[in-house]
Design a protein around this ligand. Sequence first.
Ligand code: ITT
Length: 189
Amino acid sequence: MKKLIVATSNSGKLKEMQEYLTGLDWELHLKPDNLIIEETGTTFIENAIIKASQVAKALREWAIADDSGLMVDALNGAPGLYSARYGTTDTERIERLLTQLGDNQKRQAQFVCAIAIARPDGSIALKSEGICQGEILASPRGKGGFGYDPIFYVPQQQQTFAQMPPEVKQTISHRGQAFATLLPQLSRL
Ligand code: ITT
């Protein structure tokens, strides 16, 4: 089995990425905590490529990275690329977002996920992107998931990401969409 380094420091994201990647012909390994990659890209896919490529090169192993974020229409796409840097804890990030939106009636938002897989020399073997549309609630709802999940409501399911069973979020989420196109290609590598 080939080794694949899952290049993330976000435990919620790691858990979801592991779910998509189990049962494949790849042996999953975690990225060492002390290997920190600066996200200098200007798009989600650029950042995913930077993270996968630099981790792969540093460890001389295959690596997979995810760059994702929440884009809120009424905030002109913020926090977007800066979703992780919007606060120091999930609670702080959610509070800042809700304060910025205030009682604005325009609540549409989308979660975006870009994934890249790099070869041990740092070159990119695969990349993929996924989007999930939803709305920002006025206050958090639900205990599951991670990050902004409690305020991201999906009208079709009539639930937030944090209220859904994990397997439902796994199918409809931005990450689910990105993995749906990536996985068949990954098994052919
Ligand atoms: P790595 O770069 O180490 O993977 P990170 O948390 O810095 O971890 P990003 O730069 O991609 O990751 O930032 C993504 C932000 O968007 C972060 O605050 C996440 O909590 C949030 N996010 C991404 N996917 C999410 C999801 O499915 N549900 C809730 N929040 C999510």
